[in-house]
Design a protein around this ligand. Sequence first.
Ligand code: K7E
Ligand code: CUA
Ligand code: CA
Length: 639
Amino acid sequence: MNQDQQPKPETTLAMGRRRFINTAALVGLGGVAACTDKPSSTTAPAASAPAASERGGASSVHLKPGELDTYYGLWSGGHTGDVRVLGLPSGREITRIPCFVPDALVGWGITNESKKIMGTKADGSLRYTIGDTHHVHASYKDGNYDGRYAWVNDKINSRIARIRLDYFVCDKITELPNVQGFHGIFPDKRDPVDEKINYTTRVFCGGEFSIPLPNAPIDDHTQYRSLFTCVDAETMNVRWQVLIDGNCDLTATSYDGKLAATNQYNTEMGARFADMMSAERDACLFFNIARIEAAVKAGQFKTIGASKVPVVDGTQAANKDPKTALTAYVSVPKNPHGVNASPDGKYFICAGKLSPTGTVIELAKVLDWFDGKLEKLDSVIVAEVELGLGPLHTAFDGRGNAYTTLFLDSQVVKWNVDAAIKFHAGDKSAKYVLDRIDVHYQPGHINGSQSETVAADGKWLCVGSKFSKDRFLPVGPLHPENEQIIDMSGDKMVLLADHPVRGEPHDFIIFKRELLSPKQVYNLDDFPNAVKDPKESGVFRTGKKVHVKMTSLAPSFSLTEFKLKKGDEVTLTLTNLDKIQDLAHGLAIPNYNINFIVNPLETASVSFIADKPGVFWIYCTHFCHALHLEMRSRMIVEA
Ligand code: K7E
Ligand code: CUA
Ligand code: CA
């Protein structure tokens, strides 16, 4: 990197040498991660852990045998392409929900039902077998989670998956048209148009990478653009998109349903690393949802390429008049990362990343600007205060405090939002930084129990530390990450536990277990292809097409043997007639690459060509009974 690619030193605010991280510091980031992290001498010493009795707060993460956690956590799985379910405060991983990537345990990507959700090519094989989930968020009602759905992004192939929170399964996946690098995602919290609808009806998706629209081999990157996408929460169809300047990173929504925002780190629209960090300030881009929906309704849109999705113009040039603007580009310091909504509904907070600052934006003022009541858009910023090096994401405790991860400092900083606003307004006696704690190491996302809801309860704080280095037994070169649990209930944060996780979770949410009532058993009638009675079992042939219908009831399959002919095009449907909670069966066919699970009263099917003659012992893979090993069926494929 040559000298003139270095960002210019900050001159507007006198915040000392920690004001900005320059290019050289970022290049040296690997070194930061590899060295032994000591608290920076310029930051306050981390709290040493007082005894639980002194804290009087959430305290212990330990559960006695048989005790249950009091919170659910939904964690994105990163490039394992799944969503993980943790119990909090124990931090125990309870299950994984496969979404974008096949899963050998349950047969996700093996059964016809899951393949249909994942998407297939003309030959019936999966369209994609990889994914990269970053952000998982759940549906809202009255500002709190309502237990219906969660959504997660796939950054690699620009897909959004929905998870049903009654069964903890992915039930729909939608690919966003003309989007690459779909990153931030957030459901709205109520309807901006119909005041009576107080629950999630839309999910907003940010496109991070700019590309030619429609995509074509165009070298001139100044012609590339990004889109911000709205997906219907129920149908999962794409409702509309907004063409923007710059890019989208993370996404946030207001509690009144009126605003969504994305932080932008590449307002430069650079195609190279150094270009993306050449400007001193980037933006937090606001979307006026009601106006966008009105523009779509009024037909003020175009379409791109083969996509029929309405695309409205959200570029700066087209949105100069506040009274008609669909978008507002609020200038915030250098390559900001997260944008998070405070639980009181008043503020969005943008973390600075390459600036050591947190920016507080007052949402009422953003609405004033859209109403033509605020002269300067810049005055929506009510605080821009120094927090530490590499601020990324922010959580809340419901008591007016924010907790921001400092990637480069390997710390979490607790700060008071009102005090920060006072400080920014000129009251230099306002102490807004309340505490700092070392985490291990290089934290990315952070979240508190119920953090981005009106019911933020300030008990548990989890931090996704990207590097674990020396915290766990060495297992070769690829280290786990470290999900750390902090007691945030007292004045001082107290680090309570380290948990290794397989790479690599990003964002997560933590909410009270009472908000969900998961079902233990499926409903037979929900499956149109259910084999409802063992008497319906058998081999049904129409020429080469063969349908094998089976049921399971511990410890046997309804067919003890069946015959096929080589070359048969087989669909095998299995209904589990066991009605008891926890009584799942697996069905594996050796040499046919087939294994899947059927839960109580669930039906699943697989299709394959019987191309290998011989005897194949279909067997149950899921321990179900004392005679589990005997639970078999004989598939004889005649030559
Ligand atoms: Cu900060 Cu993709 Cu949410 Cu990871 S992003 S950390
Ligand atoms: Cu059925 Cu094991
Ligand atoms: Ca930038």
